[in-house]
Design a protein around this ligand. Structure first.
Ligand SMILES: [Fe+2]
Length: 205
């Protein structure tokens, strides 16, 4: 097996494998994504994320400004199948939120503690939501979490960075306009803005 040696080789190999994976994911998602399909997409993502040598953490420092620290690797012309390296600064916290689309996150570098929540109310009252924690996991190298559009998680970053994980969304985070952020203490939710400040990764499509 020929291992890439130069930075250019790394980018080319990374994009080659990303394109191949995305072609398979588009087929898997054809006709809609349910939890079963999401599991199969997760296996595909774990295959790519296992090539940590193609995602050197030095290439993805945390991004200042904007409301995301994300490098876009690929996104379809209609904004579907958006693949990112997400490199949040150590010590950060993202409150409970959903994604308004399906999402698969696989660890590569660092440790991202995730808490998962279930919704207790029926969603009939605008602005009102009662949630409780239903699980938690550490997203570290090779560990994945897969979320359907209404699934809720929060992210808690240790100080043991740098952190860089691989994320795939059914729709670009810059075009998801109905993502909800939840307050457990207030039993409420608010729609929050689409992501800003996303940067293009080297060699990105
Ligand atoms: Fe999230």
């Amino acid at each position: 097996m020929n291992m890439p040696v130069s930075a250019n080789d790394i980018v080319a190999e990374r994009m080659r494998l990303a394109r191949e994976m995305l072609a398979r994911v588009r087929k898997l998602a054809d006709g809609g994504v349910d939890r079963d399909r999401l599991k199969q997409i997760t296996v595909e993502m774990q295959g790519l994320a296992a090539r940590r040598d193609l995602f050197p953490v030095e290439e993805f420092p945390p991004i200042e400004g904007g409301n995301a620290s994300m490098y876009r690797l690929s996104e379809d012309p209609d904004h579907r199948f958006a693949l990112y390296v997400v490199a949040p600064a150590p010590g950060g916290f993202t409150p409970p939120h959903d994604h308004d689309t399906w999402a698969v996150i696989v660890g590569m570098h660092g440790r991202e503690h995730n808490k998962l929540y279930r919704r207790l109310d029926d969603g009939s009252e605008p602005g009102v939501a009662r949630i409780e924690q239903s699980g938690e996991l550490d997203v570290v190298a090779g560990v994945a979490t897969a979320l359907m559009p209404d699934d809720i998680h929060s992210i808690h970053l240790g100080d043991d960075g740098p952190h860089a994980n691989l994320h795939l969304y059914g729709m670009s985070v810059e075009h998801c306009l109905q993502r909800k952020m939840y307050s457990r203490s207030k039993n409420s939710y608010k729609v929050f803005p689409a992501a800003t400040g996303v940067q293009k990764a080297r060699g990105a499509d």
